[in-house]
Design a protein around this ligand. Structure first.
Ligand SMILES: Cc1cc2nc3c(=O)[nH]c(=O)nc-3n(C[C@H](O)[C@H](O)[C@H](O)COP(=O)(O)OP(=O)(O)OC[C@H]3O[C@@H](n4cnc5c(N)ncnc54)[C@H](O)[C@@H]3O)c2cc1C
Length: 379
């Protein structure tokens, strides 16, 4: 067993860590306030070749492994959760299903531009009446002559305004239950397709969260992704990979909150001493450091299993569950260590706290992760 990063992984970590500190961190608080999308950051990430990172070079990717992907998500999230989720969703939800289930022609048409960073990837599963229970999908697709016609709506979809097409689930045969759900690649400029970005959120304010409305949207027959009736299974498999991304985000946000807390504890003096000399504060920092380390190892293990072609469903769910709950605890303690200043926006840990909450909800809530793990351990 080798716990050392490979040369490539270490190199990518250095590049993205420097980039995050120099290009992403400076505007993060302002973007949180205004909700401005970090478009310039993504243009630069495209130049760095990060937007197709884990996909083969023949599609414009960098052929890197899933640990590299996790490292990039972690480092971006360490300074800006909104940038982290945008990147993670682009790769693991937008591009991955096309790579995993698309035909060669679909990969040429839809994956290549995503890898080049011409626009962002997105994934539409959740609906107003189908969240944790994605089997309750109501958006419907029917074949009319040689075209699919889609009608319905999706909610909370990340990157919708910056995508030129999305992978979307729709019911093709109601009587078959989850085996009657299929996936489609839908251009966002198709007639009848509306993308709205009107949500007022608790955190991740600079990320783009959208509502999609499909009114008789007509797409070519060949835009079916994978086989008819396999959409539900495909999306569950996509979410397994996505959970590595959310878990890596959690490690990154927690690391960012911890770094700020350690620095603050050393600088802030009360009772004539630095906070970091008080055992109560030391124990908080020790617990934070330990939990981040455990979560990072869990993320790397799930990513490693994925790269080995082994089953990683349980490990991805465990990593996502542990890391997201750990991140909430760490961010809570980070505010506590900062005292009243932690409650103020200037010190940034309150942003981390607000951003972290989504990690216990998106790509399967904590309750859903426990259900996935329970099934995997044979309950
Ligand atoms: C900022 C943001 C970005 C998102 N991005 C995307 C995206 O890009 N694409 C996408 O498709 N979706 C996206 N989502 C949606 C997200 O995945 C869902 O919100 C999530 O899966 C939960 O669904 P829900 O909100 O409908 O909650 P519900 O399913 O209504 O759950 C409500 C509560 O009930 C619990 N619950 C539900 N069923 C059970 C059960 N059987 N047993 C025990 N407890 C249960 C849940 O755990 C939760 O605590 C995003 C959401 C947010 C907030």
């Amino acid at each position: 067993m080798d716990f050392q990063l490979t040369k490539e992984q270490a190199m990518i970590r250095k590049v993205i860590r420097d980039f995050a500190d120099a290009e992403v961190a400076p505007g993060a608080n302002e973007r949180d306030k205004t909700g401005a999308f970090p478009a310039d950051v993504f243009a630069k990430l495209a130049e760095l070749g990060m937007l197709g990172l884990p996909f083969p070079e023949k599609y414009g990717g960098a052929d890197a492994d899933s640990i590299c992907f996790a490292i990039v998500v972690e480092e971006l999230s360490r300074v800006c959760g909104s940038t982290g989720i945008t990147y993670s969703a682009h790769i693991s939800l937008g591009a991955a299903p096309i790579y995993l289930f698309g035909t060669e022609k679909q990969k040429e048409m839809f994956l290549k531009p995503l890898c080049k960073g011409e626009y962002l990837g997105a994934f539409g599963l959740t609906e107003p009446n189908a969240g944790s229970d994605a089997g309750g999908t109501q958006t419907a697709a029917r074949l009319k002559e040689d075209q699919w016609v889609l009608t319905g709506s999706k909610c909370f979809i990340t990157n919708g305004s910056f995508a030129k097409h999305l992978a979307i689930t729709a019911v093709t045969e109601q009587s078959k239950g989850t085996n009657g759900i299929s996936a489609f690649l839908v251009p966002t400029d198709a007639t009848g397709f509306t993308v709205k970005a009107n949500y007022e959120k608790m955190g991740l304010n600079a990320s783009n969260t959208t509502e999609l409305i499909l009114e008789e949207v007509t797409i070519p027959k060949e835009n079916l992704l994978g086989e008819e009736g396999k959409g539900y299974k495909q999306f569950l498999a996509t979410l397994d990979g996505g959970r590595i991304g959310i878990a890596a985000m959690a490690v990154g946000i927690a690391q960012g909150a911890y770094d700020k807390s350690l620095q603050y504890a050393k600088e802030r003096k009360q009772f004539g001493k630095s906070l970091s000399t008080f055992q109560a504060i030391q124990f908080k920092l020790a617990d934070m450091a330990m939990n981040i380390e455990v979560a990072r190892n869990m993320v790397y293990k799930a990513a490693w299993l994925k790269d080995q072609g082994k089953n990683f469903k349980k490990e991805a769910a465990m990593a996502k569950l542990f890391a997201s709950e750990m991140c909430m605890r760490v961010c809570d303690q980070a505010i506590q260590i900062h005292g009243g200043y932690g409650y103020m926006k200037e010190y940034q840990v309150e942003r981390f706290f607000r951003d972290a909450k989504l990690l216990e909800i998106g790509e399967g809530t904590s309750e859903v992760q426990r259900m996935v793990i329970a099934r995997q351990i044979g309950c």
